[in-house]
Design a binder for this molecule. Sequence first.
Ligand code: BYC
Length: 333
Amino acid sequence: MYTQAMSVGPQDQAAKLQTAEEQQRNEAFEARIDAGDFIEAKDWMPEHYRKTLVRQISQHAHSEIVGMLPEGNWITRAPTLKRKAILLAKVQDEGGHGLYLYSAAETLGTSRDQMLDALHNGKAKYSSIFNYPTLTWADIGVIGWLVDGAAIMNQVPLCRCSYGPYARAMIRICREESFHQRQGYESLLVMMREGTAAQKAMVQDAVNRWWWPSLMMFGPADKDSPNSEQSMRWGIKRLTNDELRQKFVDATVPQAELLGVTLPDPDLKWNAQREQHDFGAIDWDEFWRVVGGNGPCNTERLATRVKAWEEGAWVRDAALAHANKRATAAQAA
Ligand code: BYC
């Protein structure tokens, strides 16, 4: 009679061996994560870790690129040469951030074309915040203050992300985001201190419209965040969505006081016991509507990106032809 062990064919044995090997690799990987090592592009990593990173980094890259649109809308209408130069530099920085991030994601084996296809056919997500319109010049200051402020809060911990190429890209991005936040706050300070009553009202109106969407940038509440637990275990995320949102609220309240604007939340108050601010309920239906493609500007944003991609085809073709010509010339020399 054959024993069970003898009935295992060569293929099954190979699978079993592979599983044992996989398990060892997995354990070694987890030990490196626990020790706080950086994981590098050529290191072995579980497929789910790779996929999670591609998902987060590519979404982040798309957010930077789509994020150029609401602000780019105001470059031709900036009130002074100084503000125009600052805004141009900022929008250009966002483009650069997108490029570092696409490069970081490419080290994980997904091509830029694949990522861009996913954006253009509506499969890939990008930050909900960029689906809101920029109605007045004050929106540009408020985006710098609140949107870049929220981005910094979320992104500084990513400089310690366990995946080396992402963590290193984030260091430079965070330095630039810090300038973005400060220029926005400074432009609002000028309007609130030296502006007319109408300009001050314009700032308050912009704050009213951007406050809640800025809080939504941090993602769903922890209890509704399917990815957080695993991403925290792997050191991809270092703080949870709710922890970061709370830190942002606590940091922003005194800035609003100094500016002289009211944050549009009657439930926002200091809780002496928690030593943190309490704040009102976020409209999660609105958040999911925007994430699902039905925000005020989703259709417009995507159409603009697709148009830019299609109209830029000749530039990509020309760059490729030039590179090929140089390579052929170098080979012949
Ligand atoms: N918008 O399980 P969760 C910038 C999705 S650019 C849309 O908590 P995770 C700037 C989430 O993707 C700032 N979708 O996910 C640029 C997930 O869906 P999938 C961009 C959102 O990944 C220009 C589902 O909801 N920053 O600063 O653990 C000008 C469940 O969520 C959002 C980054 O990308 C949202 N707000 O945590 C100015 C930072 N929130 O993928 C400024 C890097 C969640 O399962 N990313 N979703 O289908 C992160 O830190 C994390 O990915 C998140 C979400 C905190 C955003």
